[in-house]
Structures are given as C-alpha cells and as structure tokens.
Design a binder for this molecule. Sequence first.
Ligand code: FMN
Length: 186
Amino acid sequence: MNISQAISERRSIKSFTDRLISPKEIERLIAAAVLAPNHRMTEPWRFYVLGPEARAGFGRVLGHRKAKRVDEPDAKMAVVEKVEASHRDLPAMLAVATTLDENPEIREEDYAATYMAIQNLCLSALEFGFGTHVKSGGVMDDPRAREAVGVRQGERIIATIAVGEPAAVPDGKPRSSADQFTTWVP
Ligand SMILES: Cc1cc2nc3c(=O)[nH]c(=O)nc-3n(C[C@H](O)[C@H](O)[C@H](O)COP(=O)(O)O)c2cc1C
C-alpha cells in the first residue's frame, strides 16, 4: 500500500473482528509513530498499551461520564456496563500521552508532534491490515481515567487509539474541496 492509498483509505473504525493483535504488531505501529517530526527532538510521546483490565477501567470512567446524561438508575448502570464491556472487548487499545514542558511554546510543539506520531501509527496500521479509531475529549483529563491508564506525573493523555482488524469499513465522510481552505499568498 502506498502513502496516498493509506491516506485516502483510512477511516475511523468502529467495529473489529476477534482477531487478536500481538505485542509485536503493536510494537511495529509504535516504531512508526516515533519517526514523526519533532522540533528540538524532545520525543514527547508516551504510549500506554492497555490490557483488558485497564481498557475496562478506562471504559468504566467514560461510561460514568456518559451516564450523567441519563436519569434512571438502571439505565445509568446499563450505560456504564456497555461502555466498559465495549472497551474490554477491543482487540487492542493505546492511550497516548504527551509530556508537559514548562515552556508553553515547547508544550504546543510537543502536542503537535505527538498528534503527528498518532497519524503515523494510524497510517502504518493500514499497511498491516488494521483499522484504528482515535478518540479524545474531556475524559482525557479525568483523574479517574488517568489512574486507569497509570499515566505519569508531567504527562497528559491526549488520545486513545483502538486498533484491530476492521469488521466493517465505513464509507468516507464527505470532505470539502481543499481549494476552499487554501490561500495562495504571492
Ligand atoms: C482529535 C480527535 C478526536 C476524536 N475524538 C473522537 C471521539 O471522542 N469519539 C469518536 O467517536 N470519534 C472521535 N474522533 C474521530 C472523528 O470523529 C473522525 O475522524 C471523523 O468523524 C472523520 O471520520 P474518519 O476518521 O473516518 O475520516 C476523533 C478524531 C480526532 C482527530
């Protein structure tokens, strides 16, 4: 698969087959991630490869956050259990953290570099026949989620990535034409 193909075929994958992802396969994806460009070579990316219990723990926290919108106690519990189980059942999941430099300029660059590493990982996954789903949101900074991941002091989780063999690949979401976002400056 060439790079253009990988870029155009990448999708956020929501359902995976039961095929397990081996530690070696995860290592290959992380090896691609750490080749991302990185000003000052701070290497700010940190990858937490979550096992089933850690995934379930993270899912439980996310489930509790989603359940806040539900009033009825049984329905609340059902939301928590569903999100927890869906995370436990993933073939593989990583939490990606970035280091938090004291200097805001470096911190911003490090955040950007870590997202470039995430994109490397996602595109590399396609080459091996895997799909990915990157997620972010308020749960990243939730102390309970941080605890479930075991993220270290001085790091911030900025994404989770589900990885697996796609059970279904959704159609691409329509994108506007690039020229709408382009200004040619003479
Ligand atoms: C920074 C970031 C955060 C995201 N967070 C979520 C999320 O919380 N939940 C979710 O279902 N998808 C999330 N996504 C995936 C986007 O919804 C998805 O990329 C978008 O719908 C376009 O679909 P595609 O990736 O298949 O092209 C996130 C993507 C990015 C880049």
